[in-house]
Design a protein. Structure first.
Length: 626
């Protein structure tokens, strides 16, 4: 043993870690462990460096050795908890954290880590209480306030979350996590320009986190002033940054047969195998996908599960829960499962595995459904769309992927089984028309509000019903009402509603509106299908990008191109015309479901076959390259 030399190496490793030179720090610590195998500090720092390097299994070994030397080491108990959580062992992580809390019941860091383990396990209410306990234990901890804000944000209490993040930043103005949380909470509060400003500040003054870049890209889609050229450049920049980090996860060696017609293992990755809009469009494809040709595996990146999660699990040939696991752990699962094709269903919509897919984890990689833009990854081979959302010759230049226009419309809709029957048009009994938008209000620009105000002005006695997540929060509602006033909307004619607790209750609210107003330039998808299914006509404006052309795709598919405007004046004209034509609206409500059932939008088996044929052709193209 040489304690003095080991101490010098330990100090050197600390400096290297702080400089971000993790590989060199690991080398120094390996030498220190050889010189001082009974030093708890050396084993502890070895665990920390391994965690930062994305190697939780190795970190667990280091922390375990430290605990064999000192079973009461609080940092090592917590470190082992983090390592187990990153490896997917939430129960083991919780056991370690609770052991730490028995030693120090008022340790704020331990309560915060317990909250994280509880959240990963789907126990969000318990997680919120644990974050609250962390703040009570140490109200001067920026990390505790940041964690509390994150938990509140996940429960859609965005105004309260904003306060927590602001307190965290007051305590530690350099906290990247708190500023990131603040930006996300602003986006969830429908303050899109403010969110962008915070994302920009975070990227300008700190390391270019892929997670921050991804959240920012999602935000940019809401802003009409961002041209396709600028959006594409930002996505490409993300792709380049992701490729640089992807070197940590070497691509598997693809040893499978290059047989163009063999049965293929397809891994679908999503955080939305649950009661979510993506699920309504993906479940019918999965249910009808040819099992003789494809073996579908689902990588589930979200907890808690619900009834729809259970249905997805029953439909899967293989199932992996990956929520909370670091990319390196998920990479090992993918190497073991050896997919022929990976289909990303999330894009830049929160929980994403795009940094991992930048390393190419399957011979063929496809993105579909979840995100209305390119991923920016060169390793993402294809994006599945249709010829209306992405016209040939016009859209190809703004994607790193090859666009595959695999069907007349890119969607197939499976309405909830408990959806109520369409109600009579409310204008018949009330004598006045109610317009409505049940879209995420982040999609609603000030220009959109001015247009809605003009529509109300042309239809006497009409009203506007806006329903969106967050509107039950008084602070968020006040901010929305302020924007309505600035847009010239008569507040007395506008009603704000929050989301319903159950999908059936949400759908029943369509009984209160006569005409649905699709936002632009970021159209609705699920909301448009729901409105149509509940007998409500939808007005949309067709724009110059995918997000602004989804409404056109859906409405043309169900046989109502006359509800699709090509300019703002046309949008207003169609909305006012529908308001005045009560007979047409009543007729649509009476026959809507029969019309929809005959459309391609409801051709579940046919769409699954078209989707499978597109996957097969992508595979054949890869085989031809060999």
């Amino acid at each position: 043993m040489n304690p003095a030399a080991a101490q010098r190496l330990l100090q050197q490793a600390v400096a290297l870690q702080q400089a971000g030179r993790l590989a060199e720090a690991a080398q120094a610590l390996a030498q220190a462990r050889a010189l001082a195998p009974r030093s708890v500090d050396v084993w502890q720092l070895s665990g920390g460096v391994a965690l930062l390097s994305g190697k939780p299994a190795e970190a667990a070994q280091f922390y375990g050795q430290a605990l064999r030397l000192d079973a009461r080491s609080l940092p090592c108990l917590l470190g082992l908890g983090v390592a187990k959580l990153a490896s997917g062992d939430a129960a083991g992580a919780e056991a370690m954290i609770r052991a730490a809390l028995r030693l120090q019941p008022k340790n704020a860091d331990a309560w915060g880590q317990l909250a994280h383990a509880q959240a990963i396990s789907g126990r969000t209410a318990e997680a919120l209480e644990s974050h609250k306990k962390a703040v009570e234990c140490n109200p001067k901890s920026a990390q505790a306030w940041q964690g509390y804000g994150l938990s509140l944000s996940q429960q859609r209490r965005s105004a309260e979350a904003l306060v927590c993040f602001q307190k965290a930043l007051a305590l530690d103005p350099k906290s990247a996590a708190a500023r990131h949380g603040l930006a996300v909470a602003m986006q969830e509060s429908h303050r899109i320009p403010d969110a962008l400003r915070e994302f920009d500040a975070l990227l300008a003054h700190g390391p270019r986190s892929l997670e921050v870049m991804s959240h920012r890209l999602m935000t940019l889609n809401y802003l009409p002033e961002w041209t396709r050229e600028r959006l594409f450049a930002e996505h490409v920049a993300y792709g380049a940054a992701a490729e640089a980090e992807a070197r940590a996860w070497p691509s598997p060696v693809f040893s499978g047969q290059r047989d163009p017609e063999r049965r293929l293992r397809v891994v679908f990755i999503s955080a939305d195998f649950r009661e979510h809009s993506v699920a309504y469009f993906f479940e019918p494809i999965l249910r009808h996908l040819d099992r003789a040709a494809f073996e579908p595996w689902l990588y589930n990146d979200r907890t808690p599960p619900d009834a729809m999660t259970g249905r997805f699990r029953e439909l899967a040939a293989g199932w992996r829960d990956i929520a909370g696991q670091v990319h390196g752990v998920v990479a090992e699962k993918l190497r073991a499962d050896a997919p022929d094709i990976i289909v990303d269903l999330s894009g830049h919509t929160g929980a994403t595995r795009l940094p991992l897919l930048a390393a190419r984890m399957a011979p063929v990689q496809v993105t579909y459904l979840g995100y209305p833009n390119t991923t920016g990854l060169r390793a993402m081979d294809y994006r599945f769309v249709d010829a209306i959302t992405d016209p040939e010759g016009d859209s190809d230049a703004w994607h790193t992927e090859k666009l595959v226009r695999f069907a007349p419309t890119a969607w197939v809709y499976a309405p909830p089984a408990d959806a109520p029957e369409p109600a009579p048009a409310p204008s018949v009994a009330a004598g006045r028309v109610v317009f409505g938008s049940f879209n995420n209000f982040s999609k609603v620009t000030d220009a959109m509000l001015r247009e809605w105000a003009a529509i109300l002005g042309e239809v006497p006695e009409s009203r506007l019903l806006i329903k969106s997540p967050g509107l039950a929060d008084p602070a968020v509602a006040a901010q929305v009402r302020g924007r309505l006033r600035a847009a010239g909307c008569d507040e007395a004619r506008v009603e704000l509603l929050d989301v319903a607790a159950r999908t059936a209750e949400h759908l029943a609210m369509y009984a209160r509106i006569d005409v649905a107003l699709d936002p632009f330039p970021y159209n609705g998808t699920t909301t448009t299908c729901e409105a149509l299914w509940m007998g409500v006509p939808v007005v949309t404006l067709c724009g110059d990008r995918h997000a602004a052309r989804v409404g056109a795709s859906l409405l043309q598919t169900v046989g109502h191109p006359e509800w699709v405007a090509t300019d703002v004046a046309g949008y207003r004209r169609i909305a006012v015309g529908l308001a005045r034509d009560e007979a047409a609206r009543v007729a649509w409500r009476a026959g809507a479901r029969d019309t929809l059932r005959r459309s391609v939008l409801f051709d579940q088996a046919g769409q699954a076959a078209r989707f499978g044929a597109a996957l097969r052709e992508c595979w054949r193209a890869w085989c031809r390259q060999g």
